[in-house]
Write a new protein. Structure first.
Length: 223
């Protein structure tokens, strides 16, 4: 009986090993050959959208979407103010410049000026909010106030805006205390700088019309 069990285990093991080897051979035979990405074209950021600091000329971070409603991809470059004074979180936290341009590199509109390379992707999103077939821009926006002293650890001088994707004009603006009263809590700042603005659907509407915002260790939901 013991011999029979040993033979059974042997044959089961041999059968399974053959299956594994057969699977590996099949994968290696039918696996597609690796191909490097093909560069389709290069598109320069329009010169009016660039800024120069410390001898370096740059545009900023990029979002993509159909901003003018022509069915083609457009681009949104943005920069931010107020990053950490030193260390890994230098750059900008609060959007202060937006520049939209089309697939041919032609400017569509621009607002704001200056700014640094964003510390992280930050709070800028693209989505058709008005239902006109063109994507709009939902973003934080830096609005400094002479009587208000702030830095990268505070959002007291930030508003959230909805801008028309075709023109850049402000359609809506709000400054909810759930955002403006937030300050950095983590001692290193690594969590605080990872701010995000995400399109969501909390109310079950036919199209997403809500916003989820990550502010350090806190999440804020807005309609």
């Amino acid at each position: 009986m013991k011999t029979d069990r040993m033979l059974l285990v042997f044959f089961v093991g041999l059968f399974l090993s053959n299956l594994v080897f057969a699977s590996d051979d099949e994968l290696s035979t039918h696996a597609p050959k690796r191909e490097d990405a093909i560069l389709h074209r290069k598109l320069a950021i329009p010169k009016p959208f660039l800024t120069t600091q410390n001898g370096h000329t740059f545009g900023g971070d990029i979002r993509i979407g159909d901003l003018n409603g022509d069915g083609r991809c457009d681009y949104l470059v943005y920069r931010c103010n107020q990053g950490a004074p030193k260390g890994a979180h230098q750059g900008g936290m609060k959007p202060c410049f937006l520049g939209a341009f089309d697939l041919d590199g032609q400017p569509l509109w621009q607002v704001g000026e200056g700014g640094n390379q964003p510390s992280r992707p930050m709070s800028v999103a693209v989505k058709d909010w008005t239902g006109d077939g063109a994507d709009d821009v939902i973003c934080f926006w830096h609005k400094p106030q002479s009587d208000l002293k702030t830095d990268w650890q505070s959002l007291a001088d930030v508003v959230i805006q909805l801008r028309d994707g075709k023109t850049g004009q402000v359609l809506r603006e709000a400054a909810p205390e759930a955002i403006t009263k937030r300050r950095r809590k983590d001692p290193v700042g690594a969590n605080w700088v990872h701010q995000r603005l995400l399109i969501a659907n909390f109310r079950g509407t036919t199209e997403p019309r809500d916003i989820a915002i990550k502010l350090g260790d806190t999440y804020v939901a807005l309609d």
